[in-house]
Design a binder for this molecule. Sequence first.
Ligand code: EPZ
Length: 424
Amino acid sequence: MERYVIRGGNRLEGVVRVGGAKNSILPILAAVLLNKRSEEIILTNVPRIRDVAKMVEILRSLGVSVTWSGSNMAVSTSNVHSYLIDEKLMREMRSTVFLMGALLGRFGEVCISRPGGCAIGHRPIGLHLKGLTALGVQFREQQQGYLYGSSVRLTGADIHLDYPSVGATENIMLAAVYAHGMTTIANAAKEPEIVDLQNFLNKMGARVRGAGTDQIRVEGVSQLASVEYSVIPDRIVAGTLMMAVAASGGDVILEKLIPAHLEAVTAKLREAGVQIREENDRLRVQGVARPEAVEFVRTLPYPGFPTDLQAQMMALLTRARGSSIIVESVFESRFKHVGELNRMGASIIVATDNRTAIINGVKKLTGATVAAADLRAGAALVVAGLSAEGETIVEGLEHVKRGYENLEGDLSKIGADIRRVGGL
Ligand code: EPZ
């Protein structure tokens, strides 16, 4: 099994570049299905990660032609012939759920297998279905957990989300692009990736307004043009690297990121005693020998502290002076990294609500063999290994590679003693 072997204690120094955002390119790759032109769509700053490879496999299974070289991708959808998503592919990556909106927009029909839960929660899609139903889609449960949706004509509607779900917001935006009339989404998610999706759709000729606020309006259009588009930098990869540098007491410049997307993270790291200087699309991070405890971190929808950086922040705070509290308010079971961190000598208690963790800072962590339960937990174990004494083995890299192009390469470049062993 592939694993990382990390020898902790190195101070990280140097410059590292941040790649394109996983949670931007995935809905954008779904959105290309709305384009019926024969000219190619060119996407740049595309991260080479497994989730993108999986989405490309799904698009090709629908008849989309994709040429992918380096971080550039050329996509043509003129031969798209199906709206049925293969169950095996669907189950391997639940975030394909927003293909529903795109396929309904293009064909007025979709057939997907209900996405399963995953390590961080059971991940329901009720908000997605409620929004799409409001646009005129009728859903029918099929055998083997398939869901068939169809609409004679998608019609704009006023939709209010009970919760600002990222995926549901994206699904409704996609289905509304060709809907007849105006669609409003109230209590919409405000993540930067939603703004990126709006910008891509509008560059193709859609009429979407308000992304980044809690009120999005989509005026239906009749066709889209093929364009070239560059994906925004990945704020979660950037935040992960910031925490790795903070944990190692290092001094590193991150480049090609958008500091404004990381305000909640920067604020918390400064509370922990980490020095951060922002300049345009760069950011300098200077860690300390031991971080200060942070009284309280609660994960929230954007612009709150991102749930995708909760595990990495916890890994940093394991060695803080004092006790910190982390509340995971977005997902119901996103503390699977706690047991692994405690095996490295951390002292973390999870309350019975499984939403609140108390991290009592310890002087040092010691290396151990630990396993990643999900992609961000894996990244957190790497952050912990960088500052632990001795050798840490992180297993479960198949999770990490879903969202990080080359974490070991990025970290080695700035002085970490980390290598990938085993595997194929
Ligand atoms: C997106 O997932 C991201 N994935 C997640 O990143 C991220 O953690 C999450 O947004 C929150 O920011 C992609 O963008 C591909 P949600 P998504 O719908 O859309 C509940 C990573 O590590 N909910 O905002 O699935 C849901 O159960 C991944 O990169 C419903 O109850 O997130 C969860 O508790 C992990 N009903 C909460 O809302 C619904 O119909 C947030 O989910 C939909 C969601």
